[in-house]
Design a protein around this ligand. Structure first.
Ligand code: SF4
Length: 390
């Protein structure tokens, strides 16, 4: 595990207890059987939203999936390379995740719970399978393990359902939400690991304080995972220096914002809407010293172009072309109009949201730091010098 961890008020509280079940049960009684509506109201009272990035209200998903043959899926495959919160949660609080999944499964009458584990993080697999062994059969559900491929799009919900059905772990077009028609056409409650951990915590401790896990990188030698109160000021996550620099919010499919625009705003999606940004899976990437937003974006778009599943033409051919256009602009070469043209060609043209997320990132750069492209053309980008002075 590469990230350092700060103790937090809920999910990351009492880390000294360790990951074992015996000490976990001293603070978290075993999940009881509870009705769907009862559990949905508890989730609503805490405004629990999916923590995998989509932010969809959990209570709505739960109610929609509440039909015969429901399946529960816990997604631990963090495809976003900048996010490490689910890995931290699995390593430090595995039973909180499993408690949340059992609560949901019992409410839905689901007999089977699927865990989707990241294939490139063997310690997570070891920890979660050890946690399942501690619980033996006391949960009254059948646990199924699935191992996801490493890859940016492998963790998408439809890619996960493909994996569970024995097909390639890649996204496909879907016409109905998975809560309506998911695994083998059955109603499927598919949520991220933090969402289930939050559910378990809310059930035992009530809705307050409402928190989220953040992975922040930047100038620290390693990423840090911390738990913050939703509505806290951004100074809880970012230093004064970082609040004067560009910040990428929401990960590689997120949006750049000027750090200064975060001053006076809270850590909450409502406060970010006017900036064109969202918290997503809680990835916060302040611009590292010695870098500039154009160069950072060029590197990320190049990475994202390489993560296309290669099935949709606009994604397969358009993203590499877009990456090349941004890279040319970063080197002060190539017309900027080319970026606009290519973004328009790939946006909303894929079977999944991969092209749209990539375009969102580029569009945010143009919105807030468009002048940087011109400075690059004149070879006057000053971020490296500014950073050295800072
Ligand atoms: S849009 Fe790209 S990543 Fe998504 S399914 Fe199509 S080819 Fe794959």
């Amino acid at each position: 595990m590469r990230a350092s961890v700060d103790e937090g008020p809920r999910l990351l509280a009492h880390l000294a207890d360790g990951p074992g079940l015996t000490r976990h049960r001293l603070r978290h009684p075993a999940p009881v059987r509870v009705g769907v509506e009862h559990l949905a109201r508890a989730a609503e009272a805490a405004d629990l939203r999916g923590r995998g990035g989509a932010g969809f209200p959990f209570a709505t998903k739960l109610r929609t999936a509440a039909r015969r043959g429901a399946v529960v899926v816990v997604n631990l495959s963090e495809g976003e390379p900048a996010s490490q919160k689910d890995e931290v949660l699995a390593m430090r609080r595995p039973h909180l995740i499993l408690d949340g999944a059992v609560l949901a499964a019992r409410a839905l009458g689901a007999r089977r719970v699927h865990l989707v584990l990241p294939g490139d993080k063997p310690l997570v697999t070891t920890r979660m399978t050890a946690a399942l062994a501690e619980r033996e059969s006391s949960d009254g559900v059948e646990w199924r393990i699935n191992t996801a491929d490493a890859g940016f799009v492998s963790g998408q919900s439809r890619a996960v359902l493909e994996l569970m059905s024995g097909r390639a772990n890649l996204p496909v077009t879907a016409w109905a939400p998975e809560a309506v028609s998911g695994h083998r056409g059955r109603p499927t409650l598919l949520s991220n690991a933090e969402t289930y951990a939050q559910l378990a915590s809310i059930w035992v401790h009530g809705p307050d304080p409402s928190t989220m896990l953040i992975t922040r990188a930047g100038d620290t030698p390693a990423a840090k995972v911390l738990e913050v109160g939703i509505g806290a000021p951004w100074s809880a996550v970012l230093s004064p220096f970082e609040l004067d620099r560009p910040v990428l919010l929401g990960g590689y499919h997120g949006a750049w914002v000027p750090g200064g625009a975060l001053k006076g705003r809270r850590i909450a999606d409502e406060d970010l809407a006017g900036l064109g940004a969202r918290l997503g899976a809680g990835v916060v990437l302040p611009l590292p010293s010695g870098s500039c937003p154009v160069n950072e974006t060029a590197q990320i778009v190049s990475y994202l172009a390489g993560q296309s599943a290669g099935r949709c033409g606009p994604c397969r051919f358009g993203l590499p072309a877009l990456a090349l256009a941004v890279d040319d602009a970063a080197r002060g070469e190539g017309p900027l109009e080319r970026i606009h043209e290519l973004a328009a060609v790939v946006n909303r043209r894929g079977a999944c949201a991969h092209p749209d997320g990539t375009v969102r990132l580029v569009a945010s750069l143009q919105r807030w730091f468009g002048d940087e492209f011109l400075l690059h053309q004149r070879r006057e980008c000053g971020y490296g010098d500014l950073a050295a002075a800072g």
